[in-house]
Design a protein around this ligand. Structure first.
Ligand SMILES: [Zn+2]
Length: 158
């Protein structure tokens, strides 16, 4: 099996997998922030990306019985939340096809770092790259190798 095909969002506020930083959802796709996950607060999203679906199962949630499937980060396999496949209660039907993402499993990031890549001529990772950790590290190194005058003197002293 080859490396998973990773997608990247080009929007100001992105939720990334807290484990590997793969983009998971766009802030603008949040339907509600008032959900409860296994690990505390959770968000209901209209759509997510870079996730794999686990097997469907019936689960009794606070709001009743649902058919759900856990969603895993395609990159690192961390469980990020679940997808509502079916709701049995009429009042809960609006959640069908939507995704719960646990707040504890993602981190909110801006795309400032990506703008900085562009500034210094770095390309965003190619689509067959699994993680964006490497370019971020390279970016940091680029700045380390171009220290300010004071920083350079400090390095010479030590
Ligand atoms: Zn991940």
């Amino acid at each position: 099996m080859g490396r998973p095909f990773m997608q990247y969002l080009d929007c100001p506020r992105v939720y990334s997998c807290a484990n590997c930083r793969a983009h998971a959802a766009d802030h603008d796709d949040i339907i509600s922030k008032a959900f409860q996950g296994r690990h505390g607060r959770a968000y209901l999203f209209n759509k997510v990306l870079n996730v794999t679906l686990g097997p469907k199962e019936e689960r009794l949630l606070i709001t009743g019985l649902h058919t759900v499937a856990d969603i895993y980060c395609t990159c690192c396999n961390a469980v990020l939340g679940w997808k509502y496949e079916q709701a049995f209660d009429e009042s809960q039907k609006y959640k069908e096809g939507k995704f719960i993402v646990e707040k504890a499993k993602v981190m909110k990031v801006g795309t400032t770092a990506q703008c900085r890549f562009a500034d210094v001529g770095w390309q965003l990772p190619s689509t067959d790259s699994c993680s964006i950790t490497l370019p971020l590290r390279l970016s940091v190194r680029w700045f380390d190798e171009h220290p300010t005058k004071d920083g350079l003197q400090a390095q010479i002293k030590t």
